[in-house]
Design a binder for this molecule. Structure first.
Ligand code: ADP
Length: 295
């Protein structure tokens, strides 16, 4: 199974080009679509989920024309949008039963069994009678996965699912997502590098509507390995360093600024060579596209 996106472009009526000739090949398993806010991730996710039109390009899922044969895609799709409304007074069990009914899942007894198994899977069974409005952020996202799983989808799209979750909720959510990837394509759109690092066997980096990199995280790392240097400086020196070096990221550690720069040769001047991580890969690509101060 494979999702193939070719030359997809979209310009909104206000003139913003959200997708610029996007081509991606997405195999089975967990695929991370990484990019800063405004990169075009949601536009791409909504287009794949058949909720909005592209201007040009093609998308196929195992021979199905995703942009034209929307009904076939919807039958195979599970979608967790970035913001989804929940009826606050309806409980999880009733809501899932309703969604299963809409997706055409058999009779009442079959639905009851399905709903119970989904609620168990996302660890919400004991909260099934509580109104959705009482759920925490993590519980909402886990409910979102349960509703996306109704109908056994072969393509699951989750748009920025970990934004706003605290670290323990995020971990629990990672565990849940990591169980999904086996027989399906799961596309995880995120601006959080750790999400991709933890979960994804394949990835792409997009920015200003363009694909900057695609491959395995290991292939991404190979592109910057041996080129990352680090140094602690005073905050006041940052401007000077930005002028002299290709600064890809900065982090405040105990009041000092830890600077990471990319360079083909040893920059000297107190910089130390340091092993590259996936954040370096991300910032290396993004900083060449947009002003790093705005990332
Ligand atoms: P991301 O999900 O990566 O944050 P989006 O796809 O939401 O990116 O947005 C990409 C660009 O398109 C942004 O500049 C955003 O402001 C713009 N955009 C998104 N939706 C609309 C819309 N409905 N009308 C006009 N511009 C939009």
């Amino acid at each position: 199974m494979e999702l193939s996106i070719k030359n997809l472009s979209k310009t909104y009526p206000n003139g913003v080009q959200a997708l610029n000739n996007v081509s991606l090949t997405i195999p089975q398993g967990m695929f991370g679509l990484l990019g800063p806010n405004g990169a075009g991730k949601s536009t791409l996710m909504r287009t794949l989920a058949t909720l909005q039109e592209a201007d040009s390009g093609t998308v196929t899922l195992d021979g199905i024309d995703v942009l034209k044969d929307k009904q076939s895609v919807r039958e195979r799709l599970g979608y967790l949008p970035q913001d989804f409304g929940l009826y606050p007074r309806i409980n999880a069990e009733t809501m899932l039963d309703h969604i299963a009914q809409m997706k055409g899942v058999g009779n009442k007894a079959e639905r009851k069994e399905l709903v119970a198994s989904l609620l168990n899977r996302v660890n919400l069974y004991k909260h099934r009678k509580k109104g959705l409005g009482t759920y925490s952020g993590g519980m909402r996202q886990r409910f979102g996965i349960a509703q996306a799983l109704v109908g056994n989808p072969s393509l699951i799209i989750v748009d920025e699912p970990t934004a706003g979750l605290d670290p323990s909720e995020r971990n629990r959510f990672y565990n849940l997502l990591s169980e999904l990837g086996e027989n399906t394509i799961v596309i995880l759109s995120t601006h959080i590098v750790e999400d991709v690092n933890t979960l994804c066997s394949n990835m792409a980096i997009i920015c200003t509507g363009e694909v900057l990199m695609q491959g395995t995280p290991k292939e991404g790392l190979a592109q910057v390995n041996g080129k990352i240097y680090q140094k602690s400086i005073d905050k006041s020196e940052l401007e000077h360093y930005r002028e002299e070096y290709q600064v890809i990221s900065t982090k405040l550690i105990a009041g000092k600024l830890s600077l990471r720069v990319e360079s083909d040769t040893d920059p000297g001047n107190g910089f130390e060579s340091t092993p590259a991580d996936l954040e370096d890969v991300y910032f290396s690509f993004i900083s060449k596209k947009v002003d790093p101060i705005t990332i």
